[in-house]
Design a protein around this ligand. Structure first.
Ligand SMILES: [Zn+2]
Ligand SMILES: [Zn+2]
Length: 78
């Protein structure tokens, strides 16, 4: 079973799951999350310099949908 990382490009919430999480509950304008599938969950740690999100992923997560800069700037977590 593939577990994916979903990140809201509006509020920066990170959720792991098999499918896209529900849209309700975003703290920003409109109250609906804008989820992005940023890739498969895994053992490698990454940290985005734009939005400070830390994610564990199989490969480098998708660069799209950073709430801070527009594009995530993933660095290996040390
Ligand atoms: Zn949100
Ligand atoms: Zn980011």
């Amino acid at each position: 079973m593939v577990i994916k990382n979903y990140l809201c490009s509006k509020c920066g919430s990170l959720v792991e799951g098999k499918q896209m999480p529900p849209g309700m509950g975003c703290l920003t304008n409109g109250n609906f999350h804008r989820w992005r599938d940023i890739g498969e969950k895994g053992d490698k740690g990454f940290h985005c310099e734009g939005c400070s999100t830390v994610v564990h992923s199989k490969e480098t997560p998708s660069m799209f949908g950073c709430p801070g800069e527009g594009f995530h700037n993933w660095k290996d977590l040390k």
